[in-house]
Every structure is written in C-alpha cells, then in structure tokens.
Design a protein around this ligand. Structure first.
Ligand code: GLV
Length: 318
C-alpha cells in the first residue's frame, strides 16, 4: 500500500476515502507546512494531499532522495506549489477546479452585499448593545441592484460572479482579462485595469495569485476607484498592494470586502480598526459539500497517479 500524507485534518469523508486506499498519516494541525517540513514530506511519503499554506517552494523540491511522486492539492489556487520545480523533479501535481466555483462566487456576493449594506458594522452595533432603534438615516449603505460590476479575471469564478450579478441583481458587467470571453450574458471587456477601476461601482478580484499578478492592483489602480465604490477580493491577498489598499480605505472614500490577505492568517491591525471593511477568514470554498467534493477530486487524482493513469486535473503534463 502506498503511503499518503494528509497535511491537515480534511473532511471526515475525505479521510475515510483516503484510508480505504492508502496507508494514511494525518498531520493534525491547522498551520501550513514550512519549506523544511514540505521537503521532509517529499522524502518521507509516496504521495501528499496538501493545501494552500503548505510551502512547496523550489527549495523544498531541491531536497535529495525524494520518495514522493504525487502532490494532490486541495483547492483551485496553487501558488503555494512551485509547479515548474515539481515537474523538474518528476513529481505530478493536481488541483481541484470547478467544484468550488459556485461556493466561491456565492461568497463574493456575500462580501458585496455585506460591504455595500454595512452588514458587518451593523452586526457589531447590535452585539455591542449600542443600537438605539430604527431611524431614517441610520447606517445608510450603497444600493447594489442595477450597479456596474467590474470583474478582474474572467475565469470560471469571475464568470460565476458576473452571472450572479447580472441575472440576480440586474448589474451591468465589465471585465478585465487577457483574452475576450464568450459568455451567455452581456459583458463588456475593458482593455486596461485603470479603465475598469474607474468605471465600476463594485470591483471583484478573481485572478490567481503569484507571478505577474502580484500587486496587480496597486495604489494607482485603487486611486482610480470612484467615491463610494466597493472593492472585493476573494482571490489571493498578494494580488493587491495591501498597504496601498489600507491607505485608500483609511481615506474613507471606498469600502472593501476581503476574504484573503497578503500574509494570511496575519491581518494588519490597521485593517481591523477600519469600519468600512468587511473581513472574512478565507471562507471562499468553506461549505461542507464543497470541501467534500474538493477532497474527492484531490483523491481521484492521487488514485489515477497510483494506477499509472493520466491525472484528470494535472497541473503539468509531459
Ligand atoms: C482557495 O482559496 C482555493 O484556492 O481553493
């Protein structure tokens, strides 16, 4: 039986399915593997079921005497794995696209609504005992229905957000993406990011993290947003210059809904003290059915590797 490391406590269904097929070791911790621990895991197990926060960098793959032939990553984003280094080492890698698209798009809508309608602030008010009753001008937010939404990155999740915004909320959709997208609802591509930022009432970031997308949304881009606009990030923290975003939010001109942070789980105090920002703990795919489907997809890939078949969700192919 091949040995399999689970780098976290995954859903019970995932653990049970893994244990039926592999000799499983569970690392029962909530933090990610350090580069050193990732290297040791590569030396110690035939396969690894890992997730975001596990640092499979080029340094980890440089370790000698690797035993591992397969890394199944639980999650769609894979900026925690140096896929080129994995390929050079002959280690197969997979991710879990599609199964989390709806859950993540739903969370984008949650953040749009919470931010525009000041739901986090309102909840804090009620819990604090400070609510003195309904009155006509209390905590007025921004109307969402019919507004213009700007999507940065029109991939699977971007399209799912746009579809919800168009069909559910009657929004006009504009997007910034390398290539045009053929979608079944009205959506206008904008050639430059600044153009998108300046035209949208609501901006949602859905591009993958890392590489050329690092700090794609910088101070100049944020400065283009119109007064009262809402900025939402459900992708990766490094896509946005966090310090510049905090400075822009502190001016009080825009508000933000964030599910991701540059140095997760560290969230800067300067963000936590602001009322015009909704802060969630990376909940994008956090629904039980979704997480079980992600676990199954990751395992299906590991099984395909164990049986010598091509991976259904391979991140590199020969
Ligand atoms: C979560 O952020 C994921 O990439 O699946």
């Amino acid at each position: 039986m091949k040995t399999l490391l689970l780098t976290r406590r995954f859903p019970d269904a995932t653990i049970a399915a893994a244990q039926a097929l592999f000799d499983v070791t569970i690392r029962d911790r909530t933090d990610g593997l350090s580069v050193e621990d990732a290297a040791t895991a590569l030396q110690s197990f035939d396969a690894i079921l890992c997730t975001l926060g596990d640092r499979f960098s080029d340094m980890a793959f440089a370790v000698p005497d690797k035993r591992c032939g397969m890394i199944g990553s639980f999650g769609v984003g894979f900026n925690h794995i140096d896929v080129a280094a994995a390929q050079a080492a002959g280690i197969h890698v997979s991710n879990t696209p599609d199964v989390l698209t709806d859950a993540t798009a739903d969370l984008a809508m949650t953040l749009i609504l919470m931010t525009a309608r000041r739901a986090g602030e309102g909840e804090r008010l009620v819990r604090s005992g400070g609510w003195d009753g309904w009155h006509p001008t209390q905590m007025l937010g921004t109307h969402v229905t019919g507004k213009r939404i700007g999507i940065i990155g029109m991939g699977r999740i971007g399209q799912a957000v746009a579809r919800r915004a168009h069909f559910g909320f009657g929004m006009k959709v504009i997007y910034f993406n390398r290539s045009p997208k053929d979608v079944d609802f009205p959506a206008r591509q904008v050639d430059d990011l600044h153009g998108l930022m300046s035209q949208a009432d609501i901006v949602v970031v859905t591009v993958p993290g890392g590489g050329a997308n690092t700090h794609l949304v910088d101070a100049a881009a944020l400065g283009q947003m119109t007064d009262g606009a809402v900025f939402v990030n459900i992708a990766r923290g490094d896509v946005v210059d966090e310090a510049a975003m905090i400075a822009e939010l502190a001016r009080g001109r825009i508000s933000a809904g964030l599910d991701v942070y540059d140095k997760e789980p560290m969230v800067p105090d300067a963000l936590k003290v602001l009322e015009n920002v909704v802060l969630l703990p990376h909940l994008g795919s956090a629904a039980l059915e979704t997480r079980e489907a992600m676990g199954q997809m990751a395992l299906d890939n590991i099984v395909a590797w164990a049986e010598g078949r091509p991976l259904p969700q391979a991140l590199w192919t020969v």
